[in-house]
Design a binder for this molecule. Structure first.
Ligand SMILES: Cc1cc2nc3c(=O)[nH]c(=O)nc-3n(C[C@H](O)[C@H](O)[C@H](O)COP(=O)(O)OP(=O)(O)OC[C@H]3O[C@@H](n4cnc5c(N)ncnc54)[C@H](O)[C@@H]3O)c2cc1C
Length: 560
């Protein structure tokens, strides 16, 4: 079947694999082109925690969580904050996605053998009013096997399709152009890269060994976002978030280079909402890095005291795990790019989870025995290793030593011991007070009303200066790049649109570009930005699944 294809899929991440399986099921001949070597198949999803957003799932119901489509859609819209003309398609994608997450998504994945950790996580808790941003209920379902467990069923289906002769995989093929005939997209051009033994996730060589031109009836772009390309991240950094950070950690491998987005735009595609990005504020340097500037995101429980670089508590509602974007916006207004968590050993043991499949070997390895060990005293192994070896950690029995360590770490001397002590003592007094005015203390108590948080995610309220809870720990938190929320504008079939004409006065809409589709992060997970400004979390992998499936099915219908 060489060089005769119905559809070319550019990028073998999750969105590309899903699109290809749909096409193969529809008896199409598919070519998947991937710039990385075979060992990196699956892209970012392999490294992910495998957290999926479901609405009203059996896992939620078993934990006593009452969720509904109306609640989830309200949460989504309050979180997205759609406010632009170009949000027409993103909003429709958001509605379609919430429908999917509350209906066939789980059953579809379950039928492929996927299962989820029984304790549902509560990400992005909001802290605003009922119509504001945030999840009203826990919805973050960690896949048994984490990211590799999400990739596996699709990789298996693709490999079966390869065996049937429906799919061909060509690695080290880097697409650099799109071809058209008579206005219809009908192929790609690119460079063959030299073979690479770079282990999964490591940067691979960009040395070329040749060129290619390949034709098909349609092309699907599933090349991911821009998070690994800090020049693009800084160029897209919006004014509302201040000046771009000088120091950024990378939460994604180097292949998330964003170059194909520019290539597709130059070929006539509409690219929208590039200024909407989902970067984290709790990034720590990986002491054992896989890719350059490798940062790990702490998924925090609610109890750590969150301080700016000068030692002042962040304002309400910027508590750990409440509002990623709002916290980022606040941090960037302080004139310093880093912040601190101050916590106790008791808190780290229960509340620090690390995002990434390699940081959760128990869940990734599907070992019930190892997972159960999380209930034992002591922090999970990878958390303890970071505490010991990570450059961002200070551990001391007394506050005086902690402050010295914090000041030595930054070399800036911005933390005043007396002021921090009085801040912590004031907070600690509220712990003894049943009728607290401190909203973080209220939030901690509220979290423990949820059995899942009480069991594994929220430490029993205690004084930070209680020596029995110690030692004290300070963690310097950096900005960590991760997801692109904007991308190629697509309609509900995943067809890439041309930019809307600007001259006519009526409703402006770009027409679909014949033969060109996009899915996954490259398409802003659908529509060019179905998350709007913020995410409810666990919505990215799901966004790849939904938009990859949609684009694959639509391209299958459209090709002869
Ligand atoms: C550590 C980590 C934890 C995460 N945890 C979660 C989570 O718990 N829940 C969640 O929902 N999301 C999570 N995510 C996000 C999620 O994994 C990604 O958003 C998603 O996997 C993106 O998939 P994709 O297929 O769109 O793009 P990618 O995975 O980036 O794949 C794109 C592929 O295209 C290839 N490519 C790019 N350009 C070209 C070109 N020009 N020619 C050929 N090939 C090209 C790339 O090499 C890559 O293999 C996490 C991400 C990371 C890194």
């Amino acid at each position: 079947m060489r060089d005769s294809f119905d559809v070319i899929v550019v990028g073998a991440g999750l969105a590309g694999l899903v699109a290809a399986t749909e096409l193969a099921d529809a008896h199409k001949r598919v070519l998947i082109l991937e710039q990385e070597p075979e060992q990196s198949l699956g892209g970012q999803a392999f490294w992910s925690l495998g957290g999926l957003f479901f609405v009203n799932s059996p896992e939620q119901r078993r934990m006593g969580i009452r969720d509904s489509h109306a609640l989830a859609l309200g949460d989504w819209l309050g979180t997205a904050g759609f406010d632009r003309d170009v949000d027409r398609w993103p909003r429709r994608w958001a509605e379609a996605y919430v429908d999917f997450a509350g209906s066939e998504k789980r059953a579809w994945l379950h039928a492929m053998g996927m299962r989820w950790f029984p304790v549902v996580g509560w990400a992005e808790r909001g802290g605003f009013l009922a119509t504001g941003p945030g999840n009203s209920v826990p919805r973050f379902h960690i896949t048994w096997g984490t990211g590799p467990g999400v990739v596996a069923p699709f990789e298996q289906r693709v490999r079966e399709a390869v065996a049937r002769g429906r799919v061909e995989l060509r690695f080290r093929h880097r697409v650099t152009g799109l071809t058209t005939t008579g206005g219809a997209f009908d192929g790609v051009t690119g460079e063959v890269l030299v073979p690479s033994q770079a282990p999964r996730g490591h940067a691979s060589s960009r040395e070329t060994a040749g060129e290619f031109t390949l034709r098909a009836q349609a092309v699907i772009v599933t090349t991911g976002g821009i998070g690994g390309n800090h020049d693009l991240v800084r160029a897209a950094w919006p004014q509302r978030l201040g000046t771009p950070p000088k120091k950024l950690l990378s939460g994604v491998p180097a292949h998330v280079d964003g170059l194909m987005l520019g290539i597709t735009e130059a070929a006539g595609a509409s690219r929208v909402n590039g200024d909407r990005m989902w970067h984290y504020t709790e990034g720590i340097e990986n002491w054992n890095p896989i890719w350059a500037r490798h940062g790990i995101r702490i998924l925090p429980g609610p109890s750590s005291l969150w301080l700016d670089a000068t030692g002042r508590r962040l304002p309400v509602p910027y508590f750990p795990g409440f509002d990623t974007l709002g916290t980022l916006e606040h941090i960037m207004s302080t004139g310093h790019e880093y912040t601190w968590f101050v916590l106790t050993q008791k808190i780290i043991e229960k509340e620090f989870a690390l995002s990434g499949s390699e940081q959760n070997p128990d869940l990734t390895g599907k070992s019930v025995r190892e997972v159960l060990k999380r209930a034992l005293p002591g922090a999970p192994g990878p958390v303890e290793a970071l505490k010991r070896h990570g450059v961002d950690f200070v551990v001391e029995p007394e506050l005086g030593g902690l402050v010295k360590g914090m000041n030595a770490l930054t070399g800036e001397g911005l933390i005043d011991e007396a002021r921090l002590r009085s801040e912590i003592e004031a907070r600690d007094r509220e712990i003894a007070n049943t009728y607290t005015k401190d909203l973080q203390v209220t939030a901690i108590r509220g979290a423990r009303n949820y059995i899942g948080d009480k069991l594994v995610r929220t430490a029993a309220p205690h004084r930070l200066l209680d020596p029995k809870a110690g030692p004290l720990i300070a963690v310097r938190l950096n900005i960590l790049t991760r997801k692109s929320l904007g991308g190629l504008e697509t309609d509900l079939e995943g067809r890439v649109l041309a930019p809307a004409p600007t001259s006519d006065g009526g409703e402006q809409r770009g027409e679909p570009l014949p033969g060109l589709y996009a899915a996954g992060e490259a398409a802003g997970f659908g529509g060019g930005g179905m998350h709007g400004y913020r995410s409810l979390e666990g919505t990215f992998l799901g966004g790849c699944l939904f938009s990859g499936r949609t684009a694959g099915r639509a391209a299958a219908r459209a090709t002869a």
